[in-house]
Design a protein around this ligand. Structure first.
Ligand code: SAM
Length: 557
């Protein structure tokens, strides 16, 4: 069960001393969060626990009843479930029946922040940063109007951003000594101009931060990081699962946002922030938003909806339809309400569940919510391809990539059992283009080059991409400390701590996808003699290839 946050004093207590923070320092936070164990495991039919509700949840429900948001006729009520808190049906609920409705005045979004005491300070902030700051401040205020809601927020989830260093070790693959400052895929890059990066291995020349963030244009929240983002030791390089890279990158990102906000807003406005705010507080708020905020609703890009955010996820609900919407409160009201429906029929006493997002990979689920699924289409791996700046044709290749909507670096999300992304092979061929094929880079081909790259260019080019990708997969696979079989054995044994279960599932899934990618390129490699390449296509187009594929030479009469 999710531990509820009880570290702040109850409403009636005197204000906390100025030195206290509502979240304990990192060590305590880590300790409290990592010691959590669940009595049962994910993927089983969610169990409803018969224990009485914690007082904070009862108070929260009473508050909502007093405010007429819910009543004893409400179809669902908070309950203790395997996933922490959840919504439990009070009576049979039909498919698409409304489970709850929450009026706008109970939402927490950037508008709520603008209308608050800190509104004038938060104007220029990213939406998530302003809401995070608001949450932290309300948490620390003794007289917050949001107290009853804040009291039911968990202290953490099983998201990897909350894992201790020790727990993260389970998704750290291995630490490899780097003999010459170069690893095989890098060496290949240097010799071939291709970098197929499958892990966060870089030449161990100096300590570098290597990472990046892709922002969601709407919410300002960072999307999953595809970059390796780790601190590299000059003598060693850490190979990690992609989830580890992403987690490290996200935590770094949150910390850097915190440092900015601390300098520009928190410290200069002591009267509004008369208590220390730590980067752990900020990470907590970030994790809450990431796991609970609804986005892409009518005009609402980032919004916390108390009560509705108690809804848990079910892997077996696969409907694409959104279970929630924002609508007008009624014919004579200009108010808006958030309305949540049950996507499937639910019996009284069962938990109401929804599908969070069918498109997220297990890595994203683990990062955002702290759980994974066993379905194979949740297993993914992001292959990063770069056009090397040291490539003699870098400028031309970049130009071609950019005119086809790509860049000098491209990320390909590969899903187990699914075909490769359609632009991956053309991009690989472009990156590998060289030698006698380089004429295709000339400007007269600029308008037609992408079409040519969609089909095999030459045997040498095709062979090179197979070698590079297979090499990169093998090198990534060799870094994992356990085999898939060992991971499967561990999972079969059952009774794993939820975080270990996530770690084992993630590393096994990544390896499966790496083997899958390797298999695809192994097959391509075996078919190299069967492909038709650019020159043959060209001859055929000119009518110079006979029916049997033989080349028809012009013979003078
Ligand atoms: C929107 S909140 C739902 C309410 C939450 N259970 C609570 O106690 O506050 C999302 C979080 O619930 C938990 N959760 C939801 N669905 C889950 C599932 N199928 N398996 C495990 N945990 C789940 C995860 O901790 C996730 O980050």
């Amino acid at each position: 069960m999710a531990a509820l946050l009880h570290l702040h004093p109850p409403l009636s207590s005197p204000p906390p001393p100025p030195s206290s923070s509502f979240l304990s320092p990192a060590t305590t936070l880590t300790h409290l969060c990592s010691s959590r164990t669940k009595s049962t495991h994910h993927f089983k039919t969610p169990a409803i626990k018969s224990e009485p509700l914690p007082p904070a949840v009862e108070t929260f429900w009473k508050w909502l009843s007093d405010e007429k948001v819910v009543s004893n006729k409400s179809p669902a009520k908070p309950g203790l479930v395997q996933e922490g808190l959840g919504l439990v049906a009070q009576r049979d609920i039909g498919r698409n029946e409304v489970v709850l409705e929450v009026p706008k005045r109970f939402w927490i979004n950037p508008d709520t922040v603008s209308a608050s005491d800190i509104g004038s300070l938060c104007g220029g902030l990213k939406p998530w940063v302003s809401v995070a700051l608001f949450l932290i401040r309300e948490m620390m205020r003794d007289d917050s109007p949001w107290r009853f809601y804040l009291d039911v927020l968990p202290e953490c989830t099983d998201s990897t951003i909350y894992w201790s260093e020790e727990e993260l070790l389970e998704i750290q693959v291995s630490m490899i000594s780097v003999p010459d400052g170069c690893l095989s895929s890098l060496t290949l890059m240097l010799t071939t101009g291709i970098l197929a990066r499958t892990s966060n291995r870089v030449p161990a020349v100096e300590t570098v931060w290597y990472g990046g963030v892709v922002y969601d244009g709407l919410t300002g929240l960072p999307k999953i990081l595809h970059f390796p983002a780790m601190k590299f030791d000059p003598n060693h390089t850490f190979a990690g699962t992609q989830l580890l890279s992403t987690t490290t990158g996200v935590k770094e990102y949150v910390k850097s946002e915190f440092l900015k906000v601390e300098k520009e807003i928190i410290l200069p406005n002591e009267e509004l922030f008369p208590f220390p705010v730590t980067s752990d507080d900020f990470l907590w708020a970030f994790g809450m938003l990431r796991s609970r905020a609804f986005s892409r609703l009518r005009g609402q890009n980032l919004v916390l909806i108390p009560l509705a955010d108690l809804i848990n996820h079910s892997p077996s609900i696969t409907t694409e339809d959104y279970a929630w919407e924002i609508k007008g409160a009624g014919l004579f009201s200009r108010d808006l309400i958030f309305s949540l429906r049950s996507p499937i029929p639910v019996k009284a006493g069962e938990q109401v569940l929804i599908q969070y997002d069918l498109n997220k990979s297990n890595g994203e689920l683990a990062l955002d919510y702290g759980f994974i699924e066993s379905r194979s289409d949740r297993k993914g791996y992001t292959l990063t391809l770069d056009i090397s700046e040291s490539d003699a044709n870098f400028g031309d290749k970049l130009d071609i990539a950019e005119s086809n909507g790509m860049g000098g670096t491209a990320y390909f999300d590969i899903v187990l059992g699914r075909p490769l992304p359609s632009v991956m092979l053309p991009y690989l061929r472009l990156v590998a283009l060289g030698g006698t094929d380089a004429f295709l880079l000339e400007s007269i081909f600029r308008n037609s080059i992408w079409g040519h790259l969609e089909l095999p260019v030459s045997r040498a080019n095709e062979e090179l991409i197979c070698q590079v990708v297979r090499n990169a997969c093998k090198s990534a696979l060799s870094g994992y400390r356990t085999t898939i079989e060992e991971d499967v054995e561990l999972m079969k044994g059952g009774n794993l701590d939820p975080r270990l279960e996530i770690a084992v599932g993630i590393r096994a899934g990544e390896k499966e996808v790496l083997q899958y990618i390797d298999g695809i390129f192994e097959e391509r490699e075996s078919e190299l003699d069967e492909y038709e390449y650019y020159q043959e296509r060209r001859l055929r187009d000119l009518g110079l290839v006979g029916e049997q594929g033989e080349i028809i030479f012009w013979e003078p009469k």
